[in-house]
Ligand binder design. Structure first.
Ligand code: ADP
Ligand code: MG
Length: 354
């Protein structure tokens, strides 16, 4: 009971000579919310469809609860699936749509009625039970699809970009709703998205996909604050990448000489002296100071500053260097062309091999 888990062990998927998933291994714990995040075409849907049983694996094993499920048909996998396009049946009412998986499983009418009512209640659509999907808004249709995936009380729910068609406000509301449902029901959720802020908001762990491989897996904080590769640093949020060479290491600290000759101090993230590196500094970690008086002071010129309501976005240019900074609203105003100094704390950056 406590040991439920999903394990991809060296899973490969080829279409003819094209490799779509490349020897991928991933463990998902009972009750975990894991997002598969990556650009379009990186293999997220393919991996989810193999887990659901709609696609076969070319190599390796998918193991659920200690059992290899490679050849198990979808309805025997005890997984609810919510697809990208809701795939509701237009000729059925909302209630009939939600009850469909139960009818497929041969459950009796009274029981179906009870469970459908419960599932619709869970997504706050009890009042819409007798309507047709076309009479509902996009957000409501999405919740019907969710209720249909939950109605047979699966322990695992797979979702493929379920919120992609919703407008921003509704999408953000649904993100919180799905998270709350996950917490309340203790479900294991595997959630596909190409939206990094969605993945950061919802997940216990994020697996970042690139070309059929997992480039990095970790908590939202690890992925955002300690990207292991350039791809991850650039895909998750916005970042400044400073090119340089690692010249010395002293315990937790390391010194990097940037292309323009300025020496900066960073956390030593397991790289070796002499290596060419990229130092990733998030725009919100930069502040502007008036003179060079600390470590990590980069003389720059204010190229542009745009007021964005909750912050000021500044474009800065220095020796061999351009930076973007998100400055807090109360930062002193500086006009375009002004010479300033960009500063960041050595703990607020992360070094990766270039
Ligand atoms: P994602 O969901 O990350 O956007 P997919 O898993 O849908 O990516 O697709 C990964 C790659 O596999 C893409 O290059 C896509 O063209 C290819 N692909 C997906 N399904 C098929 C198929 N049935 N036949 C051939 N290639 C496919
Ligand atoms: Mg996809």
């Amino acid at each position: 009971m406590n040991d439920f888990r999903i394990r991809f062990a060296g899973v490969t998927k080829d279409y003819g000579s094209i490799s779509v998933i490349d020897n991928l291994s991933l463990d998902i714990k009972e009750g975990e919310f894991v997002s598969l995040l990556g650009p379009s075409g990186s293999g997220k849907t393919t991996l989810l469809m193999m887990l659901a049983g709609f696609e076969t694996v070319t190599g390796g094993d998918i193991i659920v609860n200690g059992v290899i499920v490679n050849d198990l048909p979808p309805h025997k996998r005890d997984m609810g699936v919510v697809f990208q396009n809701y795939a509701l049946f237009p000729h059925m009412t909302v209630g009939e749509n939600v009850g469909f998986p139960l009818r497929m499983r041969g459950i009796n009418r009274t029981e179906i009625k009870k469970r459908v009512a419960r599932a619709l209640d869970m997504v706050q659509l009890s009042a819409q039970c007798d309507r047709r999907p076309t009479q509902l808004s996009g957000g409501q249709q999405q919740r019907v699809a969710l209720a249909r995936a939950l109605v047979f009380e699966p322990r695992v729910v797979l979702m493929d970009e379920p919120l992609g068609a919703l407008d921003k406000q509704l999408r953000e509301q649904m993100q919180l709703d799905i998270r709350a449902l996950h917490n309340r029901l203790g479900l294991t959720i595997v959630f596909v998205t190409h939206d990094q802020s969605e993945a950061l908001t919802m997940s216990d762990r994020i697996a970042v996909f690139n070309k059929g491989k997992i480039e990095q897996i970790g908590s939202p904080r690890e992925i955002y604050d300690r990207p292991q590769t350039r791809f991850v640093a650039e895909f998750i949020g916005e970042t400044n990448l400073l090119e340089g060479r690692l010249v010395s290491i002293d315990g937790e600290r390391a010194d990097v000489v940037l292309e323009g000759g300025v020496k900066i101090s960073v956390s030593s993230s397991g790289l070796s002296v002499g290596q060419n590196v990229l130092v990733s500094v998030r725009p919100e970690r930069l502040t502007l100071i008036d003179s060079v008086n600390k470590v990590n002071s980069l003389p720059v010129r204010m190229v542009d500053a745009v007021y964005q309501g909750d912050h000021l976005r500044a474009e800065l240019a220095g020796e061999n260097l351009t930076l973007t900074a998100r400055l807090c609203r109360s930062a002193p105003e500086r006009s375009t062309g002004t010479q300033v100094v960009a500063y960041f704390d050595p703990r607020d950056c992360w070094m990766i091999a270039s």
